[in-house]
Design a binder for this molecule. Structure first.
Ligand SMILES: [Zn+2]
Length: 408
């Protein structure tokens, strides 16, 4: 929102936000006996403080065993960071009751809006984990305005929640992905359930050991229930999954997302070399074009359209590499395994006769892994978590528009 709404419009929005305590109750997911007691707004600090209180109640469930226990006292007021409302940092305050359980002693009761010990509400954590999956911890910390340790803690709790939700059931369709978790090539290996995108397990680095640690949570019987795994053509992963899953050869799918991203890397190398050569002759057509080539044709942002339409038609090595990549994406539209295989053979001939070394290299890599690439036609899976970038950008936009988006 360039410039943002006018002063008076903003003031109106603040008022609408703040006066509606019922709206806050819903946004925060407060359930009976909890309600919003009052809301305080600090325009200068761009901050909203919501105070929750509960109706009087003699007994509360023990957080451990659920038994109704007598109220003991109230802890000191605690604060949780919630999703921003109207671009104001929003904090929830409450004094949490403590009960005395015969078996578990004096315990703080569970609150419906947050995990025990977390300083963030569940909705904030849910949003944070989406941001974390698309960027590194440092980037997420910056976007969310939280510390590195806090971002890291949220990630840990999300993984735990994923594990708890799983109730020890292995997903049928699994995605293995690697994410940069910090600047300087530090990676994490992430295993997720492809049906709902939940993170199932996570381990540091991207090595054989990372995969062993992720899959090691399951028994061999459970691993046998995995129907297919979407992953990159990355030898340490391939060998390890091959060793851990029975009949793995038929279950590994080298997925579209990773294959296209190898092609994007190849285009980038071709472009860098060609740009270097052209500039030596005083031709700077490719200068500043790096990002244009990495979009799928249909996703190219409007502001690149005019420049890019000239470039892609030009007789350039880079435009040829790009056309080969765009064409490759049609592989996954083929109706059957046999059609896919025949289609691939034609593409492979084109790519390997392109005189573009980086493109040839990727084509040969795909060829070596062709069974796993074509396994797509059996299982029809792809690493959707990695393709969720667009939806996360949508979420960030929604967040920028404040509470209205969360009303539904
Ligand atoms: Zn108890």
């Amino acid at each position: 929102m360039p410039g943002g709404p006018s002063r008076s419009a903003r003031q109106w929005t603040y008022d609408a936000c703040v006066r509606d305590t019922d709206l806050y109750r819903r946004i925060l997911g407060l359930e009976s006996p909890w309600k919003v007691d009052r809301v305080e707004l600090d325009v200068k600090q761009q901050r909203v403080d919501v105070y929750a209180a509960h109706a009087k109640r003699k007994t509360w469930p023990c957080p451990e065993c659920g038994r109704a226990c007598g109220l003991h006292d109230h802890d000191e007021e605690r604060t949780w960071r919630h999703l921003d409302s109207c671009q104001f940092q929003t904090h929830l305050h409450a004094s949490v009751p403590r009960i005395r359980c015969d078996e578990h002693g004096v315990r703080q009761v569970r609150v419906p809006w947050a995990e025990p010990r977390s300083r963030f509400t569940l909705l904030f954590e849910r949003f944070a984990i989406d941001v974390l999956l698309e960027t590194d911890v440092l980037g997420a910390a910056r976007i969310l305005d939280i510390s590195w340790d806090e971002a890291h803690g949220i990630m840990g709790r999300a993984v735990k929640r994923g594990l708890m939700r799983r109730e020890h059931k292995v997903p049928e369709y699994v995605g293995i992905d690697e994410k940069a978790i910090a600047r300087g090539q530090r990676y994490a290996t992430i295993v997720c359930d492809l049906r709902d995108g939940h993170v199932v397990e996570m381990a540091p680095e991207r090595t054989r050991e990372s995969v062993v640690r992720c899959f090691g949570r399951f028994s061999l019987d459970e691993l046998a229930d995995i129907k297919a795994v979407a992953m990159d053509m990355w030898e340490p992963f391939v060998r390890t999954v091959g060793a851990m899953l029975p009949e793995a050869k038929a279950k590994i799918v080298f997925d579209r997302f990773h294959i296209v991203s190898h092609m994007n890397d190849a285009i980038d190398i071709v472009r860098r070399r060609e740009n270097h050569a052209l500039r030596a002759e005083g031709d700077d057509r490719l200068v500043g074009s790096k990002h244009m080539w990495l979009y799928a044709a249909e996703n190219l942002p409007e502001h690149y359209a005019a420049d890019f339409s000239l470039l892609r038609r030009a007789n350039l090595r880079t435009s040829r590499a790009w056309a080969i990549k765009e064409t490759l994406r049609e592989l996954w539209d083929q109706p059957t395994h046999a059609a896919g295989e025949a289609w691939y053979k034609r593409w492979h001939f084109w790519a390997t006769h392109s005189r573009l070394q980086p493109v040839k290299k990727v084509a040969k890599m795909i060829r070596r892994h062709l069974d796993g690439v074509l396994a797509y036609f059996t299982h029809r899976i792809t690493n959707s978590a990695s393709e969720a970038l667009n939806s996360t950008i949508q979420m960030i936009k929604k967040r920028a528009f404040g509470f209205r988006s969360f009303d539904n």
